[in-house]
Design a protein. Structure first.
Length: 353
């Protein structure tokens, strides 16, 4: 694995950053007006849909890390776009190494927008095989704004058409803690055709982890700007240890989570035996880092930080919503520990999920 980003990856990050920065204020606008497609939504879906898609699925051999670089930038700027959810849904479909039929062009170029519909996992396994009705998915992002759902079962994955569900009132909108990420419950019909899920859940989970790392970075940068400019007792507050240490701890946690996420993506792409452990560890670390950074950002802003007029709570809202997607940190930490024990007992070379 390369220790630095390639020139192409740096260009991806810079291009997406330019699109993202132009959407400043969109997440705040959603608090009162609800979610609306931002100006970056179309270009992202149209021009970046092939990122991270293997050649067997119709891609051009782009590495999963390429996609994560773009998604991390979107999380940093809190861009309310469907791109990350669509990319996660596409990655769910890319997990079968034996796939012989590529994904349709209308999906890869964003003309048909998908969103992942995955059970909340339990300690018994993932997806949760104990759920009474496996065809109900809760808190699905952008369900009312998607053209289809990529549904993950215990061992399989399939696409459900959104228009058909809408006609049968299969989508029930919920009140989202982050209005810039609308959520819904979805009742699905029995699939006619399914494919093996393979590593699709791992790949989709890393998309969420990358966005969480971006949220952490955005919260840290907002708090750092406050620490550099706010003057108290004749000094900028960043010179006080009580402020500086909080930001240093948040930055350290974010860096560790981002490194884990990138390594896990490399491990999945290269079929490393420890890939499952790394994915679970990355998602757990990213969720913890994002929530911690957002909370520290509120603390650094002081009394103003808890008001609706200040922006720190926007990062906390996004962090909590993303942390709950595809399994909370506690579940992923439990799975990572269980897999490490299994691997130790089974000996070298044993698969870890």
């Amino acid at each position: 694995m390369h220790a630095t980003f390639t020139q192409e990856q740096q260009e991806i990050g810079g291009t997406v950053a330019a699109l993202a920065k132009a959407q400043a204020g969109a997440a705040r606008a959603a608090l009162s007006a609800g979610w609306r497609p931002c100006a970056a939504d179309g270009p992202l879906l149209r021009d970046f849909g092939l990122l991270g898609v293997p050649e067997s699925a119709g891609g051009v051999g782009s590495a999963l890390i390429d996609l994560l670089v773009a998604v991390e930038v979107l999380g940093e700027q809190l861009v309310p776009t469907r791109f990350a959810a669509h990319a996660g849904a596409v990655q769910l479909l890319c997990g079968d190494d034996r796939r012989s039929v590529p994904l349709p062009d209308e999906i890869l170029d964003g003309r048909r927008v998908l969103t992942p519909a995955v059970d909340v996992p339990s300690m018994a396994g993932w997806p949760d095989r104990s759920v009474p009705d496996p065809l109900v998915r809760t808190l699905v992002p952008y369900a009312a704004q998607a053209d289809g759902f990529v549904v993950a079962g215990p061992d399989e994955v399939w696409i459900a058409d959104a228009a058909a569900l809408a006609e049968r009132a299969g989508v029930t909108e919920r009140r989202s803690f982050d209005p810039s990420v609308p959520l819904s419950d979805v009742s699905l019909s029995t699939p006619q055709r399914v494919d093996p899920v393979g590593t699709g859940l791992w790949r989709a989970t890393l998309v969420v982890a990358a966005e969480l790392c971006g949220v952490a970075q955005g919260a840290i940068e907002l708090a750092a700007e406050q620490a550099r400019t706010r003057v108290q007792f004749g000094r900028v507050i960043g010179s006080f240890q009580g402020v500086a240490f909080q930001l240093a701890e948040a930055a350290t946690a974010r860096k560790a989570a981002w490194d884990l996420t990138l390594y896990a993506a490399w491990a999945v792409d290269n079929r490393r035996p420890d890939a499952g452990i790394q994915v679970h560890a990355a998602k757990a670390a990213a969720g913890k880092a994002a929530v911690f950074a957002a909370e520290r950002g509120i603390q650094v802003h002081g009394g103003m930080g808890i008001t609706m007029e200040a922006d720190p709570h926007l990062f906390l809202r996004r962090a909590l919503v993303l942390d709950a997607r595809l399994g909370r940190g506690r579940w992923h930490r439990h799975r990572a520990g269980a897999l490490r024990i299994e691997a130790r007992l089974a000996g070298p070379g044993h698969p870890t999920d």
